[in-house]
Write a protein that binds this ligand. Sequence first.
Ligand code: ADP
Ligand code: ADP
Length: 226
Amino acid sequence: MPNRNLNLILLGPPGSGKGTQGERLQEDLELPYYATGDILRAAVKDATEVGLAAREYMDRGDLVPDDVIIGLIAERLESGEADRGFILDGFPRTVPQAEALDAKLSEIGRQLTAVILIDASDEEIVRRLSGRRVSSNGGYVYHVEFNPPKVEGICDVDDSELIVRDDDKPEVVRHRLEQYHEKTAPLVDYYSRQALLNRVDGSRDPDQVGEAVRSLISTFSLEEGP
Ligand code: ADP
Ligand code: ADP
């Protein structure tokens, strides 16, 4: 698949499949993949300044403050490693974050190619997050029923133990969903107005969702031309 300067955002409620599809896209497109949840969890694990600041928000299922997260993404866009494009997963999550991203991109002479909204109902999300398991060493994601590992409790890729994320407990999931509807869902309008929004039905199985995402991206590549 061609991979010239594709600047993509994966948007969607928690558990809609952004990480699952992001993993596949990262392989297909060979572009840097920035999942802010993964970046923050690594910072918490390493007890960095950002991690210490973010932890209490994440445990409660609240969003971490905009300035913390905007700084993390700005750093990566400025570094040059994303000069051929990028895939953002979980950022932006608020209108101020989206505005800050627009400002940063125009500062470096870039623009978004597209926003892919992977959508799923609240009911489906609760089902998915209650069975989600993640590798303890990296960002690999499984589901006890919908995407089980080959050996129960062990990551297929790096053999690490699979764990339940603290914020996937039912009471925290409810709060994260509220936060999504209140603070992140307005981005659907925000990007519709910029004619960047593309909706994918995330309720189908992972391969079907992946196919829909891929065929969408091939149309962006064609439109861009050499
Ligand atoms: P999910 O994959 O379930 O949508 P993430 O792994 O993306 O969840 O995020 C986990 C937590 O990290 C969020 O609940 C929030 O506390 C924090 N977080 C991640 N990205 C952002 C962001 N862009 N703005 C604020 N908080 C964020
Ligand atoms: P997000 O990054 O949006 O929070 P994930 O990719 O982590 O979502 O997916 C949440 C859970 O749902 C994981 O356990 C994953 O294996 C599972 N999952 C992802 N996509 C699908 C799908 N299309 N159908 C069923 N389960 C899925």
